[in-house]
Design a protein around this ligand. Structure first.
Ligand code: SAM
Length: 254
């Protein structure tokens, strides 16, 4: 899969792809990326990419002519072009899964007040928000989206890791423990030491339900769980856990 990122600060993107899982994906040939400096398409000696907003007001706006040239130069026209913006549709596991079906994605990173609306209208296919807050940088938002997408590219991480995660079937993930068995007076829950796989699965499922109830109770609505792909049998188990005191017994360990 290829990511082409148009940015005023391409070093952010280079540093992302130089580390950890993304770097391994690149080395294995599973991921490719291009970090394009928007300033290379500026028209004046100062390499200006922004100008004052029509109508007045605070801040600067990224110029349409410069951005359009950059988008044409990387052959993004007619392709899937993402603009991360707080006013976009909310990022979710489903949005990431959908983007991950593409072979190539383009990102335009905003700065200042954002980019000229005419560029959005003509070239951008997806406006995506990483949350209900404003950060200074489209690069960080693009990296959040890329990070979610690239780990779904087959071979980048193990398929099992993906299935066992928060949101995959509508629930938040169960807690994890590792060695030592006892740390500072606190023991790992006995069931995890038992080697009894069915009991471990049952315990993890219950912990997932309890965590979801505590932190994101709205996710436990039956129609949401169904839409997220949780089986009818597991949805019945969720109801049983809730009815049998899951609502009261939260956080108590076995
Ligand atoms: N004036 C914009 C607004 O109120 O919606 C905020 C501009 S912000 C300071 C600069 C850039 O950061 C945006 O163009 C966008 O690319 C990125 N950005 C900021 N918050 C974001 C968010 N929650 N999701 C996605 N991108 C975001």
């Amino acid at each position: 899969m290829k990511f082409t990122v148009l940015s005023l600060f391409p070093d952010f993107i280079h540093s992302y792809f130089a580390c950890s899982i993304a770097a391994r994906g690149v080395n294995k040939g599973l991921l490719r990326y291009d970090a394009v400096d928007i300033r290379d398409f500026a028209h004046d000696v100062h390499r200006s990419c922004d100008d004052a907003p029509y109508g007045g007001g605070a801040g600067m706006v990224m110029k349409p002519d410069v951005l359009a040239e950059a988008l044409h130069a990387v052959a993004a026209v007619g392709k899937r072009v993402v603009y991360p913006t707080p006013s976009g549709r909310p990022l979710s596991s489903a949005v990431i899964a959908e983007l991950a079906t593409e072979r190539e994605l383009f990102f335009v990173c905003g700065r200042y007040e954002g980019i000229d609306q005419r560029v959005l209208d003509r070239y951008v296919t997806d406006e995506i928000s990483i949350g209900d807050y404003v950060i200074a940088s489209g690069e960080l938002a693009a990296m959040v989206i890329i990070d979610g997408v690239m780990r779904r590219v087959p071979g980048v991480i193990s398929g099992e890791s993906l299935q066992q995660e928060s949101f995959e079937q509508g629930l938040l993930e169960y807690p994890h423990y590792t060695r030592p068995e006892e740390w500072d007076g606190e023991r790992v829950p006995e069931v995890l030491l038992s080697g009894h796989h069915a009991k471990i699965e049952e315990w993890r499922f219950r912990k997932s339900v309890e965590k979801t109830l505590r932190v994101r109770p709205e996710l436990l609505e039956q129609d949401r769980l169904e839409a997220a792909g949780l089986s009818a049998e597991n949805r019945r188990t969720v109801m049983k856990i809730l009815d049998s005191g899951g609502r009261d017994g939260l956080g108590k360990d076995d």
